[in-house]
Design a protein around this ligand. Sequence first.
Ligand code: RIB
Ligand code: CA
Length: 315
Amino acid sequence: MTVPAPAPRPVILDGDPGHDDAISFLLALASPEFRVLGLTTVFGNVGLERTTRNALIVRELSGVDVPLYAGADCPLVARRISAEAVHGKSGMDGPELPTPTRGAEAGHAARFITQQVRARPGEVTLVATGPLTNLALAFRFAPDIVPLVRAVVWMGGSTDTGNWTPAAEFNALADPHAAHIVFTSGVPLTMFGLNVTHQAIAHPARVQAFRDLGTRVGEFAAVLLEFFAEHHRERYGWDGGALHDPVTVAWLLRPELFVSRPMHVILDLTNGPCAGRTVADVWNVTGQPKNVEVVTGVDADGFFALLVERLGRYS
Ligand code: RIB
Ligand code: CA
């Protein structure tokens, strides 16, 4: 007797493309295990107009027809920061970027998230790879949806050092108040911090594997990663970029490639040197409720093999 395949998991991909967001979107859109309900964009690596334009470009490159909604263009409280130094002025410097032929749908991302979660109670997974502003707005705008969200999976934070300040990772620092709202909401939350994403380095041999696909998507990913590597080479001395965002989607596809455990995690909302830090109680010294599943390890070879296999499905 053949066991029927599980029904595709409904997901919404919220991000700030961004080199690594773009690859995360392409991974999800190539994977039949997901029903991608839509893409939503947020300010972050660059301003909202450019993250949205980049998401439109990625949607067209994928050839998959999903709705796309723009969201927040600034944080809830903090001053807006951006990462042109890492991603370039466009937010996706490196490859030739075509002008999108189709724009975003009318309406705010937070409203779209709210509508979709209400329509599918208990089913929708929110995969966030930028500042958590859209999710926080939805949770504040419609508190009724919080218990209806199946899960939030977020690339952000760190259990140790930061990458934008010595203490804070970019997505957390870009909107720490939004992260605080999500972290204290009670929603099932899995966090991929720098402590794990810095284990997933796209070194030249891994970049070549994308190029060896011999496809538009393979070449696009390879050129993205070659540009992305430049910042990491200068800053960390690594021979490739840390491929942060796609680990979220990869975990949903192949959780066995990852190691995680529950921890108590809070956001530092002060304006001091640790502003925006995700303070993870790694050794449970507080005995506080463990509100976050914190990912601590990844089989990097398995992760990149999955990425190449799935991106290889684009013609
Ligand atoms: O700190 C890395 C994160 O910040 C990634 O999501 C990257 O795209 C940027 O948004
Ligand atoms: Ca991102």
